[in-house]
Ligand binder design. Structure first.
Ligand code: NAD
Length: 269
């Protein structure tokens, strides 16, 4: 029998980390070979199954990524930008596929990740769900079909712990709308409106962020013109959709050449 590919989950105590661990433990296509969390976290040194409130699974949480990445074929990483940049370099050294779900990355972070991708396969997406990636494609098509008499607004809602805004998904949708319109998002992006902002500039792509409770992730792309509106909507009700997409991306990346990929590549969209 061939060995199943080994996956390491970083940020194991996080909302996504725990979901990813359960997804890998329940998978018949991959096995969990390591869990990393930040130095000083209570869970470091504990069996991950016990730390999550269940039975032992034989994998101890570590704060030493180098040692566990060396045993992995893939690393799935939903942590923070600083941690993700560090993990990109270490996953490249270990030649492990690096699946990045972390959002809020700066241009410098993305450049550093690009350098790591010369040595391994990196799949990065602000949203790993099939539904959202379809929504991105639809947004581009609708923006292409409509002229700038239609104002484009991206409205997103997330739980009250989320630290970055607009969400990575909202930015993906904004990029798709800009691409459909043949413009650069940086030139037309309008976010964080407050106070006397003046009238809306024609052609802008606006962003609004709602934060509250336990909302997993909701995104609307609104195309508003005089007399009519089109709304494209995705509602995530379970983080499992992101975890399933991430595990799929890790397995997909195993036989690919080094380079940067996204979920459109994985899903063949
Ligand atoms: P969270 O705060 O619940 O979890 C983050 C985890 O990372 C924690 O366990 C924390 O201890 C760990 N961490 C931080 N720094 C670390 C380090 N240096 N080394 C090891 N572990 C470290 O956050 P969350 O809700 O799970 O989200 C995590 C990230 O994933 C965010 O950027 C979020 O926006 C993103 N996200 C992406 C998608 C997607 O589909 N791409 C979906 C949901 C969330």
């Amino acid at each position: 029998m061939t060995e199943l590919p080994g996956i390491v989950i970083t940020g194991g105590s996080g909302r996504m980390g725990q979901m990813l661990i359960n997804t890998v433990l329940n998978s018949d296509k991959a096995k969990l070979v390591g869990v990393v969390d930040r130095a000083g976290h209570d869970w470091v040194g504990q069996d991950i199954g016990v730390a999550m409130g269940g039975a032992a699974v034989g994998v101890t949480v570590t704060d030493d990524p180098v040692q566990v990445f060396a045993q992995a074929q893939a690393v799935i990483d939903f942590t923070s930008p600083a941690a993700t940049v560090e993990f990109a370099g270490l996953a490249a050294q270990a030649r492990a596929v690096h699946v990045i779900g972390t959002t809020g990355l700066t241009e410098d972070d993305i450049a550093a990740i690009g350098r790591a991708a010369r040595h391994t396969r990196i799949v990065r997406a602000g949203n790993m769900s099939l539904g959202v990636n379809l929504l991105v494609k639809l947004t581009q098509m609708v923006a292409e079909a409509l002229d700038d008499d239609f104002d484009i607004e991206v409205i997103e809602a997330h739980h009250h712990h989320k630290v970055d805004a607009p969400s990575g998904t909202a930015l993906m949708l904004g990029e798709a709308a800009a691409k459909g319109r043949g413009v650069n998002l940086n030139d037309v992006s309008d976010s964080g409106r407050d106070g006397i902002t003046g009238a809306r500039t024609k052609g802008d792509i606006g962003f609004s962020a709602i934060r509250g409770g336990d909302i997993v992730g909701e995104h609307d792309v609104l195309f508003a013109a005089a007399g009519e509106r089109i709304v494209l909507r995705h509602l995530a009700t379970d983080r499992a959709i992101f975890a399933r997409g991430a595990v799929k991306a890790a397995l997909w990346g195993l036989d690919k050449d080094p380079g940067e990929y996204d979920m459109f590549d994985v899903l063949g969209l």
